[in-house]
Design a protein around this ligand. Structure first.
Ligand SMILES: [Fe+2]
Length: 203
């Protein structure tokens, strides 16, 4: 904001624009939400690393590098709560984390960038209940990713690998692919005696 204030004040968000994205989210299951945000931080970390690589202006490169590190740190904070939940809740936490992990590591099959800001979070405001849809230019994010910083399949693979790597450490089992993680999820569901519901098409 300070950078924009000094160098491109015309791009500084107005109070009205900021107000549009301050709205209530409906309640959601806590463990799934935790994992969703963990994956969101991993994704942001990679978007900003990619942006830092793409830019040439040294201050902007450095800003993106700093905020990419911030996102990694946020992910680390969520991970500590996830480890705690594994001890306290056990298989219920494994089921929640693996379910959202399968969804979030399957982003290549979806239209929109798979980030919490693209999810519908308030039934009463539907369909204008995603953060992205309430921005002055709802298409900006996709244009930035696809047309500008070129967040391509190689970068997308890095996000998926990072999610699988963290799940491998968390569950002490090696997951080479989303399918591996989905198989693990089904094992946990069977142990819990819960009826399995398919997640996406990852079977
Ligand atoms: Fe963050």
């Amino acid at each position: 904001m300070e950078y924009l204030r000094r160098f491109r004040p015309d791009l500084l968000p107005t109070e009205e624009e900021l107000h549009a994205v301050r709205f209530e989210f409906d309640p959601a299951p806590p463990l799934e939400t935790l994992m969703l945000h963990f994956c969101g931080e991993i994704r942001l970390n990679h978007w900003y690393r990619c942006a830092s690589d793409w830019h040439t202006e040294p201050v902007i490169k450095q800003i993106y590098k700093i905020i990419s590190h911030d996102e990694a740190r946020h992910g680390g904070a969520y991970l500590r709560y996830m480890k705690k939940a594994l001890v306290e809740v056990g298989d219920g936490a494994r089921a929640a984390f693996s379910k959202i992990g399968v969804l979030m590591a399957s982003a290549r099959r979806t239209q929109k960038p798979l980030h919490p800001t693209n999810l519908h979070v308030n039934k009463d405001l539907f369909p204008n209940d995603t953060v992205q849809s309430r921005l002055p230019d709802p298409d900006w994010l996709e244009n930035w990713l696809d047309g500008q910083i070129r967040f391509d399949a190689d970068w997308e693979k890095k996000v998926v690998d990072r999610i699988l790597h963290n799940m491998s450490l968390l569950f002490e089992r090696t997951f080479e692919s989303v399918q591996d993680l989905n198989r693990y999820r089904k094992e946990v569901m069977a142990r819990l005696g819960t009826n399995d519901t398919p997640v996406g098409n990852a079977a």
